[in-house]
Design a protein around this ligand. Structure first.
Ligand SMILES: [Zn+2]
Length: 349
């Protein structure tokens, strides 16, 4: 499951008219993919029938009363396209968004799945948006090509002793939530929190510019995610992500670097990944592996670039690390130590 997050990025590159899909499963069950997703007002709408059948629940549209009845372990839950509430017996539970009829099917949002539908099943529910169709800014693929051609041959001058600037990309954002883990915590929030901590620590300790792809909760095109790499003084680029598995078992950190066209390992990115892995391990964090990935999101240039999967939101300890400020500072500090070591290594080359 650990490549899911990368596959998300991968599909953004190669799908010209991106079609969204989601995965859903009850704990211990095989995930079901649902493809017929509609985007409205920056949200995705998923057919309720498909969600219920994936979760082995029954439901029926009552065309006379204009309500949908979901039969669950917790009783009959009633929702309606006209209402901001879900009724179970005498209880009215507020919904973040009303369900909507789109293309003849009643559809619900991700918030409904994570907050409301999950409360109707007695086992843990895993949900993931596997290829959010990020809107492109003015977009065809040539913009990406332009960005990558800019990054090619962008290497630190041989006489630069330390890092001149750092580029950081907090993965996902806005309606592109990334993975969703325990308690509904979202990858996009973990990546932003660690990024902001890392920005603070780098600025405090090295006093060099830190360029961010985003500093708040909004969706970006792939091109915008990589924009910091195009800054002329950036000597290292980190893409921060977290993953989730359908099982609570997988844990730990993975570092991804690109392999070049001849499948040779990219030397500078490997040096950077090695320095980061060492610093993370020195802080007692579990680094599983450094993996080469021939994926476009890591760029085709030779700027030292590492994509870091900082842990599993579906794993209890990892999720605490990613969700709590203390853990976020710990991750950011270790990443800073790795960046600093990488910068110092450059001395005298
Ligand atoms: Zn991700």
């Amino acid at each position: 499951m650990r490549n899911i997050c990368l596959l998300v990025l991968f599909s953004l590159v190669f799908t010209s008219s991106a079609v969204a899909s989601i995965e859903i499963a009850l704990r211990g069950e095989e995930p079901v993919v649902i493809d017929e997703i509609y985007h409205r007002d920056g949200l995705i709408y998923i057919p309720l029938d498909d969600l219920l059948s994936a979760l082995a629940l029954d439901g029926d549209w009552d065309s006379i009363n204009h309500v949908y009845r979901i039969q669950s372990d917790r009783g009959t839950a009633i929702i309606s396209p006209g209402s901001h509430f879900m009724r179970i017996g005498e209880r009215f539970i507020p919904l973040q968004e009303k369900p909507r009829f789109i293309d003849n099917r009643l559809r619900v949002t991700e918030n409904f799945v994570v907050k409301n539908l999950s409360s109707l099943v007695s086992t843990q529910l895993f949900y993931r948006n596997i290829d959010p169709a990020t809107p492109r800014k003015g977009g065809d693929d040539s913009a990406l090509d332009r960005l990558f051609s800019f990054m090619v041959k962008k290497k630190k001058p041989a006489n630069a002793a330390t890092l001149r600037a750092v580029g950081l990309d907090p993965g996902h954002g806005g309606f592109d939530t990334g993975s969703i883990g325990l308690n509904g915590f979202k990858e996009k929030d973990a990546t932003l929190a660690v990024t902001l901590q890392l920005q603070r620590i780098v600025k405090m300790n090295l006093g060099v510019p830190v360029y961010l792809s985003r500093n708040d909760d909004y969706a970006l095109s792939l091109e915008d995610h990589l924009q910091p790499a195009a800054e002329p003084d950036v000597d290292a680029m980190l893409l921060l992500h977290a993953q989730a598995a359908f099982s609570p078992v997988p844990s730990g950190i993975y570092l991804y670097i690109r392999s070049d066209e001849e499948s040779k390992v990219d030397g500078d990115s490997l040096r950077l990944a090695t320095a980061l892995a060492k610093a993370l391990r020195e802080d007692g964090l579990t680094v599983r592996d450094i993996v080469t990935a021939p994926l476009l999101p890591l760029g085709r240039g030779d700027l030292p670039t590492v994509l870091i999967e900082m842990g599993y939101l579906s794993h209890e300890e990892d999720s605490l690390l990613l969700m709590k400020e203390e853990g976020q500072v710990r991750l950011a500090t270790a990443l800073f130590n790795g960046l600093k070591a990488f910068g110092l290594e450059g001395k005298g080359i």
